[in-house]
Design a protein around this ligand. Sequence first.
Ligand code: SF4
Ligand code: SF4
Length: 427
Amino acid sequence: MEKREVFGENTRENIYHCIKCGLCIAHCPVYKEILLEEATPRGKVQLSRHLSEGNLELSEEVKEAFFSTCLLCGSCVANCPSGVHGDHLFSGVRWRAAQRYGIDWKKKVMFQLLASRWMMSTSAWFGKWARAMFGGPWIESKLNAGALNVERIPPFNDKPFAESVPEVVKPGGKAKARILYFHGCATNYLFGAIGLAVVDVLKKMGVEVIIPKDQSCCGLPIFMSGERDTSLRCIRDTLKLFAREDVDAVVVDCATCGAALKNEYSHLLCDLRQLGEQVTDEEIRAAELLAGKLKDVTVFIDEHKEWLPKMKENGNKIRVTYHDPCHLVKGQKISAQPRNVLKAIPGVEYVELPGANDCCGGGGSFQVEHADTSRKITKRKVDNIQETGAQVLATCCPGCNLTISNHLDPAIKVLHPVQLLQKVLNG
Ligand code: SF4
Ligand code: SF4
């Protein structure tokens, strides 16, 4: 059988750390629902090993195991005592599968749109127009995109967030820090209110915020689906704009973008170079520089909480709980800081969510393509949220927001912690 290299050396070596202990299994959200060995992280690590050693053909059936039984949530990675990076292995196999079998044309179109700011802005405008012309509550309530009900998908922003704010936002007086803000696609096209809250809060803290106009997708959703060539374009564009020595931090409001910029860029570039791609030392150094500056916005705020203006209690109490996005808690080990920000807000009655760090079931396109499994995972999350009696679910990932709010009792608002902070700062 032909032996074809599936992984770069640093990823391939990691396969042999698996001692088949199975400790990852109980943490896999997909396995909990379908209870099959090929759905376990351990099973997929062993499949990866056989593929890498050339003992197994990358058949359609094997390919399916890597797409239909994995959200790339990283729960297995976070709970592996041997440090096995299932996420790197599984996305590597997806890449080879995409090269062999191609990618569904709808996804291909979507990725080309995401990789081009101009095309994405035009499509968002067209989507908004089409929804206004041909949509309407009755039609939309009958339409589903996999597990998502179309009526409950948020409308596109009136205009992209990047066009609603100046490129440089200066505070009154001398800036205490100068930061770059990577807002990602979800804020730019769907959740503009989150972006406005980030800029408003940081400005009130005395921070100069630079929002580069030409930024595009972080590339993570694209390379998780195996389309590495397109994601490489996004990575290179992002490095050109954000790998800068002259700023104190690069801030993100999205857990997925944060995981990409902090963890994945340098790993992926090294992997691709080991596989013969033209990746330069300068690009790898730029990725490392960016990773060193990257902070989730809640981490930045928590580190500089003394810069926040004094907040007054207005007598209103609001019960708030928090969902840990996988790409934040497992990908970046951040769980305390968003909670600290929430607990510091006067009037917030914080209640911990049972299973707060369990995956929400979204997984990007997973919820569209594997609706039944996704719906079951989301149901566990939504039931837990509703049992807390919270009026607000806070989370730091627009993707989780989209998934959870689609299934949750509409009386419970889903907000970014910074949106709650902004409301109180503005009285
Ligand atoms: S991936 Fe890690 S946790 Fe899972 S079986 Fe292998 S060593 Fe154990
Ligand atoms: S990444 Fe998540 S869904 Fe995929 S195997 Fe690991 S735990 Fe399961």
